[in-house]
Write a protein that binds this ligand. Structure first.
Ligand code: DGY
Length: 322
């Protein structure tokens, strides 16, 4: 008998074909966001449920009675949308998809950095609104990227990939903050310097890029006080998770031009984006596109397939986080 697998959102078609070949699978062909009650019913009726980073699996949902589900095979590397304590108490296995989205997410962080530095989104809006009056020596002047200093908060896979692109492609100086030293070979390749504190990094960087996971320890890590330490010419880039930044404090800093700009791919309470952010010209906004390339999303789906195959053959899934 094939295991019953429930997929919460639409996945790349080649992965969905594989799912159909190996499992008794229910897909979400309309790609409609599902409700908490629908998640509960899925947990009661399927051996595996495969959420995406947009689906919140709270304790209330995970504690539903008469569960059949034994594994949450997440489509995404971040799993802050799953209440891990509740999943542990329910003896659920949880897997994610690390590694395969590193380069595409780092590419997107660089995209936002360049957009913010060079006022790309603002220029695009100017032309579309037919307001462009033509070239002039002082029009839309912006910040240099090449040779400037990139400060990375968190120095895992994605941060290091961004640092490689920034250092080897744009001759950027690399500083980072993480509790312990990074591997010597990485530090040497990037000529990177570890800051002793986030405060030191915030003061020194021309671009601050966030790469830490979401959680209690990082909630509003970038707050009013830390934003206040940034150079007035500096930019904040966030491709990690929205709640790492205190949005109200960021909006105030941008409104008062206390920093030059921000590039955001993730938001507190997404997909809702604060109207005050939308009204600002000095912020570039993307809709959580970090891993959104065809190759990466397909590779993420294939990782879920590997995790499911290992689990249902009685082996440890390669990307088991719980
Ligand atoms: C993840 O996998 O956690 C990303 O945010 C999706 O792009």
């Amino acid at each position: 008998m094939k295991a019953k697998v429930f997929i919460t959102r639409q996945w790349p078609s080649s992965v969905e074909e594989q799912l159909k070949a190996h499992y008794d699978v229910t897909l979400n062909e309309d790609d409609r966001p599902l409700t908490a009650d629908e998640f509960k019913v899925a947990l009661q009726n399927y051996d595996a449920v495969c959420p995406s980073v947009c689906d919140s699996f709270s304790a209330d949902i995970l504690n539903v009675e008469n569960k059949r589900c034994k594994i949450l095979a997440n489509f995404g590397v971040g799993y802050n949308h799953i209440d891990i304590e509740a999943a542990a108490a329910q003896q659920l296995t949880v897997t994610n998809t690390p590694g395969v989205l590193t380069e595409s997410t780092a590419d997107l962080a660089m995209t936002l950095l360049l957009m913010s530095a060079r006022r790309g989104a603002e220029g695009d809006r100017l032309i579309r609104s037919k307001q462009w009056q033509g070239w002039c020596p002082t029009h839309m002047m912006s910040s240099d990227v090449t040779g400037s200093t990139l400060g990375l908060v968190g120095f895992g896979r994605i941060a290091q990939a961004m640092a490689r692109k920034a250092h080897h492609g744009f001759a950027m100086k690399i500083i980072y903050f993480k509790p312990s030293d990074a591997e010597q070979s990485v530090v040497e390749d990037l000529n990177a310097r570890r800051c002793d504190s986030i405060e030191e990094l915030m003061r020194s960087a021309d671009f601050v890029s966030l790469h830490c996971p979401s959680g209690e320890a990082t909630y509003h890590l970038i707050n009013q006080q830390r934003l206040g330490l940034m150079k007035t010419t500096a930019h904040l880039i966030n491709t990690a998770r929205g709640d790492v930044v205190d949005t109200d404090a960021l909006i105030k800093a941008l409104q008062e031009n206390r920093i030059a700009g921000a590039g955001l791919d993730v938001y507190e309470g997404e997909p809702n984006v604060d109207d005050a952010l939308i009204r600002l010209d000095n912020v570039s906004l993307l809709p959580h596109l970090g891993s959104a390339t065809i190759a990466t999303r397909t590779a993420m789906g294939n990782k879920v397939l590997e995790n499911l195959a290992a689990f249902f053959s009685g082996n440890r899934p390669p990307d088991k986080v719980l």
